[in-house]
Each structure stands twice: as C-alpha cells, then as structure tokens.
Design a protein around this ligand. Structure first.
Ligand SMILES: Nc1ncnc2c1ncn2[C@@H]1O[C@H](COP(=O)(O)OP(=O)(O)OP(=O)(O)O)[C@@H](O)[C@H]1O
Ligand SMILES: [Mg+2]
Length: 422
C-alpha cells in the first residue's frame, strides 16, 4: 500500500516505481530515520541504494547536522584509516598537519559508508570499536575521542560470502545491519522498468532539446520487462540515453532493443551468478572457473615461453637446421573454455620467430625479444582481460573487479597503469 507520505517522498527524491519491494525499502528507511540504529542497505549494483541514506538523514533528528557520504572502495588502503578517523601531525611520512577525519567531522550527523564491503580488515576493526563504544583513535594517537555519528552503510557485495572468505568481520556485519534494507533488482520490479524507461526518455529529450521522446511499442514494453538488467537502473538509464540520441523520435520495438543487447529473458546477472548459486544453474557464466582457467593459462604461457627460450638457445648453439616451432595446438589452445583470450595470447609468440629467419640479427637479440614478448604477452593478457571485463560490465568498475577476482582498488590502479581511463 502506498501512503501519501510515501508518494511525497517519491516525488521529493524523484523516485519512480510502484513495486511493493521498493515501497517496503522506502518505508523501512522512513520508520528507522528517527532512531540512531545502524542501517545496512544491500542490493545489486545500480539498483538505487544511494538515495536511501539521504532519505534517512533528511527525515532524522540529525537533519540539521552534517551528512557525509564516503565511498570506501575508492580510498587507497594506505590512507583510509587517516581519512576516516583522522591522524596526528607527523604520525606517518607525509602527515604534515593533523587531520580531523570523517568520524570527527560528522559528529552529531550521519556518515554514509558506501561500498562498506571494500573496507580493509584493519579499518573494519576500528569501525567496530567506534560503533560499539562511540570512541575512536586517530592514527598515531592513543587518546580516545568521542563521536556521536549515525552510520548508514551500503554494499553490493555478498557479505555472508565475504565473511566465509575471511574478508569481512562477522561481528561488524551484525553490528552494521541492526536494520537491513534490501533494494530490489530491476528485473524483479515488474512494470517499474517501463516507467523508468519513460522517465529517462523524457529527461534525455528535454536535456538535449529533442522534440519527441522515444517511446516503447507494446512488444517493446514486454521485452524491457522480461530482460534481466544485470546493471539494473544504471544500465537502463544508459541504454535509454543512447537510444534517445541514436533513434530520435523512433518507436522502440524488440528489434531496436535487440541492437542494444536488450533481449527478453537474457541479461546475465553477475550478482546472481556469483552469489549463492552454482555454476551449473541456468547456464550462467562461470567467472570463478574462468579466472582459475586464466591463471592456468598464464602459467602455461610462461612455461611455453621458457620452452621457446631453450629452443632458441639450442638453435644458436647447435649448427643444424632449426626445426619448426610447434606451438600451435599445444596445451594452451586445447583448453575448451574461454577461447578468445587464449588465441589472442598465443598469437604474438609467432612474431619473433618469423622475423628471425628474414632479418640478420645478433644471436642474443632473439632471446631479448622473447623476453619482451613474454612480458608483452602477460601484460597484454591482463590488459585485454581488463578491457573485456569493463566492456561486459558496462564500465562498472566494481563489477569488473569482481569478475577479475581483484579488488576495486587494484583495478583502479591497473586501469591507470594501462592508460585505460576514459
Ligand atoms: N527509483 C529511481 N528513480 C529514478 N532513478 C533512479 C531510481 N533509483 C535509482 N535511480 C538512478 O539509478 C542510478 C543508479 O543508482 P545508484 O547510484 O544509487 O546505484 P547503487 O545501488 O548505489 O549502485 P552501486 O552498488 O553500483 O553503487 C542513479 O543514476 C540513480 O539516480
Ligand atoms: Mg552506489
């Protein structure tokens, strides 16, 4: 049931949707707003978690005090304790002045810890202490400070799984989720996907002065509702923006949607494929095995390059005619899964051997070249895999990091190192 209050909240925060699960989430947020209980918001990437802490703060007795939102996943591990809890002057190299930290700055207000699942374990211990005692220590200080902060946290990580894997403290989890708010996935929200489609179509048309917003045909509506939207509302918004520009004024049919990868019944959910499901279910993509396979492939590639080195050395030390290199069809190519990366990876190995026979060279040049090729291959392999994960996750770095089995922080660094920033 939708109360007038709920309708007002939706209007005030531009929240579109009629789904009952969405209503329950908003209603819970409103009910707990006036308490000081910690809240944990869970839900897949792109479902709209970030509006909830704002609603809680604005409807709480703390609304005149500070609201500070922090993305725990984007703060480097080396400075996160100091950013959250502050530091004393000279407490570490580079700590020129003292720093108050967000827990001090938000005193009396609300602190939104987004992507809380990304917090390092040492920071989790500090967070647990402040949640339990209201006290914290600045980095480099042993004098406890008091703070009165209400914590709202959000995550798209499967925390029980992170607990099992030793990446998240169980005691902190239970302390954080005194109140648990579950934001529903778009695929489970029925007609809401169509309502949101219309909203984003209107917004984009007005933003770019397009006379007619795009509109869905009746079959198009069915397709939008039956697609699984792995990137949820964020993905829907991106797709509608693209179509609004490229299909100006068009009626959007299943055929048009198909060109944007929107097909009824399709749209693999990374969250589902990773959380609590086995790889054999529903033919979903098995990232875990793929990553294991990739690690294996890298190992094999290394041993093949070693073989190649030995071969070149023996070629230069024995005067007979060199035998052709037999890399094709070897182990790395025979692994049945993930053929794309494997083939691309093996390919560059042929380049130096081909050039060897045509160009006069110093005998050790080839060995140096193989070394180069070896590092090129491993780096290329990693780079291509990162590009692929980013493409498949529609540039959502958190999802890409999950696919690659690395932390988001590491992915950020690698994107920078490989110059893959947009
Ligand atoms: N009900 C809604 N009505 C309109 N727009 C919405 C609604 N919910 C979410 N959005 C929009 O969807 C996008 C994704 O929302 P948000 O950033 O809150 O996702 P999230 O759950 O925090 O995802 P992540 O876990 O990846 O950070 C935002 O652009 C947001 O404005
Ligand atoms: Mg978010």
């Amino acid at each position: 049931m939708e109360t007038t209050f709920l309708q007002d909240i939706k209007a005030r925060y531009n929240i579109v949707g009629r789904d009952e699960k969405l209503n329950v989430a908003l209603d819970t947020a409103l009910q707990v707003a006036r308490t000081d209980l910690s809240v944990l918001i869970q839900g897949e990437s792109g479902v709209g978690k970030e509006i909830i802490p704002r609603i809680i703060h604005d409807n709480s007795l703390r609304k005149t005090k500070k609201y500070i939102a922090i993305n725990c996943g984007s703060i480097p591990e080396g400075t996160i304790d100091s950013e959250l809890f502050g530091h004393e002057k000279g407490s570490y190299t580079g700590a020129i002045g003292e720093r108050e930290g967000y827990f001090g700055a938000a005193d009396g207000g609300t602190l939104f810890l987004d992507e809380v699942g990304e917090l390092p374990l040492t920071t989790q211990a500090r967070l647990l202490r402040v949640l339990e005692t209201g006290e914290y220590l600045r980095v480099g200080s042993d004098t406890p400070r008091r703070t009165n902060v209400r914590i709202v946290a959000a995550t798209n990580v499967d925390i029980p799984n992170a607990i099992r894997e030793g990446r998240f403290r169980e005691d902190l989890y239970y302390r954080l989720c005194t109140i648990n708010i579950q934001m529903p996935a778009l695929r489970d929200r029925g007609i809401d996907s169509v309502l949101l489609f219309k909203l984003f179509a209107m917004n984009t048309a007005s933003k770019y002065h397009i006379p007619e917003p795009i509109r869905l045909s009746a079959e198009g509506e069915q397709t939008v509702m039956a697609y699984k939207w792995p990137g949820n509302i964020r993905q829907l918004k991106n797709v509608v923006e693209q179509m609004s520009i490229l299909e100006k004024g068009m009626q959007i049919t299943p055929e048009v949607l198909y060109r944007y990868g929107i097909v009824a019944g399709q749209g693999e959910s990374y969250a589902i494929s990773r959380i609590g499901k086995t790889s054999s279910e529903g033919g979903r993509h098995d990232w875990e095995n793929e990553i294991k396979w990739l690690a294996n492939a890298v190992m094999k590639l290394r041993s093949e390059v070693d073989e190649l080195k030995k071969h070149i050395i023996s070629e230069h030390t024995t005067p007979q005619t060199p035998a052709p290199l037999q890399l094709e069809g070897q182990s790395i190519m025979e692994v049945p899964t993930m053929p794309v990366v494997a083939q691309e990876t093996v390919q560059p190995l042929y380049i130096p051997t081909a050039s060897m026979s045509t160009t006069p060279r110093h005998q050790f040049d080839d060995i140096e070249e193989v070394k180069e090729v070896e590092s090129l291959n491993l780096e290329e392999l990693e780079k291509r895999n990162i590009i692929r994960a980013l493409q498949q996750s529609h540039n959502r770095r958190r999802v890409a990091a999950q696919q690659l089995g690395i932390s988001e922080r590491t992915l950020y660094r690698k994107i920078k190192d490989y110059g893959l920033e947009e």
